[in-house]
Design a protein. Sequence first.
Length: 129
Amino acid sequence: MADAILQRNSLPDRLRELAIVRVGRVYQAPYEVHHHENIGRLVGLGQTAIGAAATGSAEGLSDEEASVLRCTDRLLARHTLSDAERAEALEFLTVGQLSDLVITVGFYQLVSNFLNTFGVTTEGETSPY
């Protein structure tokens, strides 16, 4: 499933990585954050967006990045999007891309839960738990 989400995801790579890093930050999963910040940089995610994923602030982001960050936070907090939030996302995403965003956020919640439960970190990091 992870391969499908990373390799066959219809979201632009930088938006996918923004959502993943945000999930990792909210879930305090250092392994996830470390690896997906690096992947994000490789696919063109800027430092401003990486910083925004850490804080949740959309300041300095493109409209698309800000919308993905908001949608990610809404999915994490409420497990759904309102009609208005869905309509906002569909202004620049296709239905398939929005579906992939929802699936990506959900999958990385699961991954972060697993990593945190078993204390998986990168070398030299400590789990916040």
